[in-house]
Ligand binder design. Sequence first.
Ligand code: SIN
Ligand code: MN
Length: 230
Amino acid sequence: MNPRFEETQFPIFEQGPAGRTEIAPGAVHVPGWLGPEERRELVAACRGWATGPVPIRRTRLPRGGVMSVRTVCVGWHWQPYRYTRVAEDVNGAAVAAFPDWMVALGRRALAAAYGDEAAAADYTPDTALINFYDGEATLGMHQDKDERSAAPVVSLSIGDTCVFRFGNTENRNRPWTDVELASGDLFVFGGPSRFAYHGVPRVRPGTGDPATGLATGRLNITMRVTGLPG
Ligand code: SIN
Ligand code: MN
């Protein structure tokens, strides 16, 4: 048995037959998890959400900066540093509903990462942040901590490969592990890694597969459980 099994909250595979790699306890990378058709469908869905009701935009930060990634949300609208149903910082529109098919996708992702069907069946994400990275976009080291739930974050990547920096839960500095996230990759962080700092220091332009429908850039979808009432 995997010696780390006992130490972690979930049955995790160090490097299982399906190509799972445990980056840290509770943090699992599954390369190429999304099939070609699912990649195309996700790109098309995200393209639809990007046009509205709340259009994709660069998020303004409270101290006056602007993020380099472009973001659109479903289920709940995220703005620094809270979730709302109405995007009063963009156009005052109500955010698009979180679709049932995405809940099902999140559950399948959790099952693939942790091999725990019961935990997967219990997982009900209610928000997704969809980030689009052009060749210059980066994301600084941060924690996902605006949720009132410690349920795992499910991350799906399509398009250009990036360097995903997965750090520790104490601060934004080392130790960290750099993981190449390519098109179709799944990354789940939960359990002891749920509040680990992470970021994207670099995208590798031209490494994506245009057959996904995304000619350039990188798309990342992170599903979360907000823990907020209905
Ligand atoms: C995020 O931290 O919200 C996005 C991570 C990524 O783009 O891979
Ligand atoms: Mn994050």
